[in-house]
Design a protein around this ligand. Structure first.
Ligand code: PLP
Length: 396
């Protein structure tokens, strides 16, 4: 008798983590791997945040923190939401968790009943769909393509929402496409949301890595603000992925339900990391903007290097740190006596042939695309582009 639950067995392994694992294993064997599969900034944590963490240890922040997070941290989060995003949440509406991933799982468990529909524009972040399924909800996918910069239209949204829709979930800026909706585009979507009584989960973890204009939070639209759950955290903007702090601002009933779920599963997030994150947000320094500027330079560099390569159809993403080229022109071709049938095989080919790790787009709901992260040094990006060009040139 198999002892593992169907729930665990049926869950897909995170494609991004799987790729990172494979690349890591090859690196350990001494292979010269360039990882463009990473979903994390390659920068170090700014010094003022490290100092705050050291201070927190000396100040003996060593006991269980309150389940939804320290009150003064939640106040700082409220101020951040108000001043930077135009969102009016009270500290009771904030829940701090062990990363935004944890925040999102809390939300799914708190709002999704078996059979509830959850609308996800594709490409979606890999974990959304598994979380919806784990909560026994039914994912409803809205397809997009590179031709529309992977953005949904109000008509598509209207077609996907139904009386069974419990929630809509998207990331803006988007992982993996890097798309960032303008205020006008969001406003047009709000006109549709107005007519449907569902929760709207706005994952803004890449907020600070936005190249066109300051990110617009969906929750700042008056007509729907009482139903918006805003997800954010310190992982991407402050290069603090390993510190594991995420947070939400949510309708009070949702915040309370999330805190209840969290209270049974994990309790409050790490005390030291919370104290440091409080300072990160409260005393935000230029470093955040500087990291964003470096990402922008790298984006432009990589687009310049990859654009001439036949078979890679690129757009210009406006945020995050990924390119998401359409590679459908390469599928069906062969190299080294092996046919490339799908994007998974294309990523495997790149890893084997030139030791560049990328991530197949099918895990994000886009089987024509691959994700290329530019959270890596210019030098490595240049070398990777050279290798990719050489390897893809072997396909015929
Ligand atoms: C869109 C999106 N949401 C949430 C997360 C999770 O962030 P955290 O590291 O804070 O759990 C990620 C991380 O890759 C992400 O890309």
């Amino acid at each position: 008798m198999g002892k593992i639950s169907d729930r665990a067995k049926n869950m897909a392994e995170s494609a991004t983590l799987k790729m990172a694992r494979l690349a890591g294993e090859l690196k350990e064997q001494g292979k010269d791997i360039i990882s463009l599969s990473l979903g994390e900034p390659d920068f170090n944590v700014p010094e003022y945040i490290k100092a705050a963490a050291k201070q927190a240890i000396d100040d003996n922040f060593s006991h269980y923190p309150p389940v939804p997070g320290y009150k003064d941290f939640r106040e700082v989060i409220c101020n951040k939401f108000k001043n930077e995003n135009g969102l009016n949440y009270t500290p009771e509406q904030i829940v701090v968790s062990t990363g935004a991933k944890h925040s999102l799982m809390n939300i799914m468990l708190a709002v999704v009943n078996p059979g509830d529909e959850v609308v996800l524009p594709a490409p979606y972040w890999v974990s959304y769909i598994e979380m919806v399924k784990f909560a026994e909800g039914k994912p409803v996918i809205i397809d997009t393509s590179i031709e529309t910069d992977f953005k949904i239209t109000p008509e598509q949204l209207k077609g996907a929402l139904s009386p069974k829709t419990k929630a809509f979930v998207f990331s803006n800026p988007c992982n993996p496409s890097g798309s960032s909706y303008t205020k006008e585009e969001l406003s047009a979507l709000v006109e549709v949301f107005k007519e449907h009584d569902c929760y709207i989960v706005s994952d803004e973890i890449y907020e600070y890595i936005n190249f066109v204009e300051p990110n617009t939070s969906l929750g700042c639209f008056e007509e729907i603000k009482d139903r918006v759950i805003t997800v954010n955290g310190v992982s991407k903007g402050f290069a603090m992925t390993g510190w594991r702090i995420g947070f939400i601002g949510a309708p009070l009933e949702v915040a309370k339900a999330c805190a209840k779920v969290q209270g049974q599963f994990t309790s409050g997030a790490n005390a030291i990391a919370q104290r440091a994150s409080l300072v990160a947000l409260r005393d935000k320094k230029d470093e955040v903007k500087k990291m964003r500027d470096v990402f922008l330079q790298r984006r432009d560099l990589l687009i310049e290097l990859l654009s001439p390569i036949e078979g890679l159809k690129l757009n210009v993403p406006q945020g995050a740190f990924y390119l998401f080229p359409d590679v459908s022109g390469l599928l069906g071709k062969s190299a080294n006596g092996k046919k490339i049938n799908n994007v998974g095989e294309l990523c495997e080919f790149l890893l084997e042939d030139c030791m560049v790790a990328t991530t197949p787009g099918d895990a994000f709901g886009c089987p024509k695309n691959i994700r290329i992260s530019y959270a890596n040094s210019e030098e490595q990006l240049k070398e990777a582009a050279k290798r990719i060009k050489n390897s893809l040139g072997k396909l015929s």
